[in-house]
Structures are given as structure tokens and as C-alpha cells.
Design a protein around this ligand. Structure first.
Ligand SMILES: Cc1cc2nc3c(=O)[nH]c(=O)nc-3n(C[C@H](O)[C@H](O)[C@H](O)COP(=O)(O)O)c2cc1C
Length: 163
């Protein structure tokens, strides 16, 4: 994922592999943003960010964005990405990503201890092509896995699980 943020006229982007879905209603996401990262203070101070899903074709930018700090580099410029206007938050979307989730900080009680930000998704943007996009999943040690085949087991689920 790419986390875009804005604070005091500055925008930034950070690569993030450590994230999880925590609830459907409200829609909550847990994200680890290390205190050493420039994004940490930007997201904490603004209480907002956008979580963008890049397709596999953006892999080199994904690594590059994770290799440098927004305190030294304007990452939208350096990685030739286009900031888009969000509807509910001030942080920019990344236009080249096929899905973007506008987020507001929902619970800050675990930031100090674990760098764990709990966000509520307040607006989702998903391109019509999303089903055909290959997404990147970071495996550690410089390696990514691509999304691939899917297996349908809808008939085995109890209906209440299919939300
Ligand atoms: C593939 C990849 C995954 C990463 N995942 C995380 C993560 O989940 N949390 C985190 O704090 N940093 C993560 N990083 C490191 C940050 O992206 C990196 O420290 C970046 O320079 C921070 O940018 P900033 O200082 O502009 O915020 C990851 C880096 C890469 C390349």
C-alpha cells in the first residue's frame, strides 16, 4: 500500500506492508507507521491520510518511495505520481493507483506503544478495472508476491459471513 498524507502545505507518500482490516462497520484499518518515518508525524498531526493500492506495474516506485524520506524528497515529483483531490480529507489521492481509501484517524491509543494507527475509511475510490489488476504483497527481504488465481467457495459459507 502507499500512504499519502498532507500536513502544513507539504504532501508525502510512504510504502506500507504492515496493515490489516479490523472491522466492516465502521470500516476500520490498522496500520503500522514507524515513529522514525516522516509520515508518522504528518498523519498523526493531521489525523488523516489516504491508503492507495498500487498495481504491480508500480513496483519500482513502491520500493523507491520506501527508500527515502519525505523530509528530503518531494515524492510525488520524484516518482512522477499525480496527486488527486480527495472528497473527505485534505491528503491527496494517488491517481495512478487503482483504489484509494480516504481515512480519518479513529483511535490513537496504540500509536505511542506500537506505532499502530487505527483509521476509519470515510470514502473509497475503486477503478472499474480493479478486478483485473495485479496487486503487490510484500513478503519481506526485498520480495513481492502478485495476486493471482482465486478459488470460489461461496456455497460453503454461512450467509452472514458474506458481507
Ligand atoms: C515494501 C516496503 C514495505 C514497508 N512497510 C512499512 C510499514 O508497514 N510500516 C512502516 O512504518 N514502514 C514501512 N516501510 C518503510 C517506509 O516506507 C520507509 O521508512 C519510508 O522511507 C518512510 O517514508 P517517510 O519518511 O517519507 O514517511 C516499508 C518499506 C518498503 C520498501
Amino acid at each position: 500500500m502507499l500512504v499519502s498524507s498532507q500536513w502544513q502545505q507539504q504532501t508525502n507518500i510512504m510504502t506500507m506492508g504492515w496493515h490489516m482490516v479490523m472491522a466492516f462497520t465502521p470500516s476500520l484499518l490498522g496500520c503500522v507507521i514507524d515513529a522514525e518515518n516522516h509520515s508518522h508525524a504528518m498523519v498523526r498531526n493531521s489525523g488523516e491520510c489516504v491508503i492507495n493500492i498500487p498495481s504491480a506495474t508500480l513496483v519500482d516506485q513502491v520500493v523507491g518511495i520506501g527508500n527515502c524520506s519525505g523530509s528530503e524528497v518531494d515524492k510525488f515529483k520524484a516518482f512522477e505520481l499525480t496527486p488527486g483531490k480527495a472528497k473527505e480529507v485534505s491528503a491527496p489521492l494517488i491517481e495512478e493507483c487503482y483504489a484509494s481509501f480516504e481515512c480519518r484517524l479513529h483511535d490513537d491509543t496504540m500509536i505511542e506503544r506500537y506505532n499502530l494507527f487505527i483509521f476509519e475509511v470515510v470514502k473509497a475510490h475503486v477503478a472499474p478495472s480493479a478486478d483485473e489488476e495485479e496487486s503487490l504483497h510484500y513478503r519481506g527481504m526485498g520480495e513481492f508476491m502478485l495476486s493471482g488465481k482465486s478459488i470460489d467457495r461461496t456455497e460453503l459459507f454461512k450467509p452472514s459471513m458474506l458481507v
